[in-house]
Design a protein around this ligand. Structure first.
Ligand SMILES: [Zn+2]
Length: 227
């Protein structure tokens, strides 16, 4: 596998880096990412690939289940560097379908550090439990709702961090977006649209529609606008 990765790097240099040398040389001098990405560590969820973006587009933080921990110096430092020094104006919190972390939240995993980490998503589990009871959802439908509720909860955490709260007290940046990446189709659903006006969250009804699968004629959610 490691040989494959090194061979892949040689291919990247010859087919991507060299033909775009001007772009990469400017990037080498200074990065100016436009987006701060908070996503899951899952190997199937590659933020640059899914958005067809070049290196230099996004400043990235990934962890198990795309969590915004309010007591985590790691993410706090990334946020501060991103929005204060790099002056990034858009933050995307992106969850994804078939997330092992989300399944662990649902199943109540007891493994030491993983359990401690996933405690931060307890509020999403409570919301999904309530929606599942009201609507009689099966496990797959409930996991889908939980995935969406988790994105919304982590955005709530993000908005409550003093750094972000103080910035929002003065203006509209950083704009915050909530996305759901579907590993089965490669598509993105916009759960929280920060592109203009007041951010709005996906309703439980919308979440349910996503959970049970959208009909081909009526997509459950809009596609993300390509940058
Ligand atoms: Zn995941």
């Amino acid at each position: 596998m490691i040989d494959n990765l090194l061979a892949g790097n040689a291919k990247f240099v010859s087919t991507e880096f060299a033909p775009n040398a001007e772009y990469y040389h400017a990037l080498a001098a200074q990065q100016r990412p436009k987006v701060l990405w908070i996503g899951c560590s899952d190997s199937r969820v590659s933020e640059h690939q899914m958005t067809d973006s070049k290196p230099g587009t996004m400043f990235v933080h990934r962890n198990v289940a795309n969590i915004v921990a309010f007591n985590d110096v790691n993410i706090s430092a990334i946020l501060e560097y991103g929005v204060v020094h790099l002056k990034i104006e858009d933050i995307i919190v992106c969850g994804h379908t078939r997330c092992g972390g989300i399944a662990a939240i649902e199943d109540g995993v007891h493994e030491n550090y993983i359990a401690d980490w996933l405690c931060i998503a307890t509020g999403a589990k409570e919301a999904a439990d309530r929606i599942a009871r009201e609507r009689g959802l099966n496990r797959e439908q409930k996991l889908s709702v939980l995935t969406e509720e988790n994105v919304k909860l982590q955005i709530k955490h993000l908005r409550n961090l003093a750094l972000i709260k103080n910035m929002h007290a003065k203006g509209s940046v950083p704009r915050i977006h909530g996305w759901l990446y579907r590993v089965e189709t490669g598509t993105v659903d916009v759960l929280v649209d920060g592109r203009g006006g007041a951010p709005r969250s996906g309703s439980p009804a919308k979440a349910l529609k996503s959970a049970v699968g959208a009909s081909p004629k009526k997509p459950a959610a809009k596609k993300a606008r390509k940058k």
